[in-house]
Design a protein around this ligand. Sequence first.
Ligand code: SF4
Length: 451
Amino acid sequence: MQTNNVINFESFGNKVGRFSLKERTCLIPEMNRQGSHLLAANFRSFGIRAMVLETFEGMDLGMAHTSGKECFPCQITMGDILHFLQQESARLGPEFDADAYVYFLPEADGPCRFGMYNKYQRIVLDSFPGFSGLRIGALTTADGYSLEGIIEKTRVRDLRKSSYVALVVGDILDRLLWRVRPYERETGLTDLVMEKCLTFMMDAFERFGQHLKFDQIFARLEAVIEEVKAVMDPKIPPKPLIGMVGEIYLRTHVKANQDVICMLEKYGAEVVNASVSEWVNFTSYDQFRSARTALRFSLKQLRFDLLKDQLKALFTYGGDLFYQEHRQRQIYKRVTRLIDLAKDHKVSHLEDVLKEQDLYSFDLGTEACLSIAGMMDYVREGYNGLVNVYPFTCMPSITTSSIVRPLMNRLRVPYLDTPYDASTQPGRESAIRTFMYQADQHCKRYGRHGS
Ligand code: SF4
């Protein structure tokens, strides 16, 4: 297909932002499989035509339309959307209308490049005749991923609440998979059962999401846990416990990280990865924290004219955070009665961990806040090794590595950095094997704990 190279700056303003999903199909990129599909199912329950994009099939397109300097997730998502649009225009022929879709690509406010993916992808999409009508639904951390404007005002809060629950349930399904698979009776059985359970849970969100009937959803989740738990062979002894952190897209996108969890399991690990809802809680916490700082500053300066808006922001973000943490606790409480899954960290606790040891500051922002503190917490809980998964050249993850690596050397906890791009590193498997040997020694010497 021929492309044109003229940049239309206006389209940053009118085709990147929040758009009504009433008459359009919402395209959701697949990051972690479970969470993306549950989120799409929940959107469908609100009458939104939502679907998850096939992922990694358009890598050649992603590579062809990036220079190689962009972050790896930008290349993957670029390829996913171009692949979809090409397939769809071939399928529909003259009926194809790019304006009928909104491509959901959240962004992060802050010092790293995530905020620029959608601008860059806008330029590339505009260069394809026929694709410029596609809108990019750019939810942003700057307002704690508010969903205002995408559906009727009266249903926004309900959509936000049930979407958050969908993400937490997605996290729990992931944790269930990682908890059971290293102890499965038959190779491949856990993945098979989990795939069936995902369909069952998607159906639960389609039926009950809109009405916030969470009890019905949780009852199904409990049934799933019982079914998956039965796959475990109780005769297999506990394995070394590995804590994983890193850049959210890479650590949760199985194809992008060349299925690093499976590779670790191959060499004897049981893995707990940081969750997706931790990031959502972090964005609400960060907004709440900024609102609190702004309010204190205004009080000191006697700027009473600003107080009303600042108090509003404080209550809005504080309310979101309170709701999210309460829901998350409630769901984990229900499921941990059935199986000992690792619980999630509270974000304020992670900030305390950083302050106590003076390792990093939440004022600097980025995922490094979560990764550094998350690893310190894994160490305290007695994990046997730590892995940092990230895209090659990812700034917050390299910062994390530079702080945590020397610390782990001192604490004698096995630690491994695993940067990824589209190439395969020949030494990766032997690095993982060596790391797992060290983790096994750690486990023999200090035992296996973990939450
Ligand atoms: S977090 Fe890392 S991979 Fe993501 S945009 Fe920032 S630098 Fe790129």
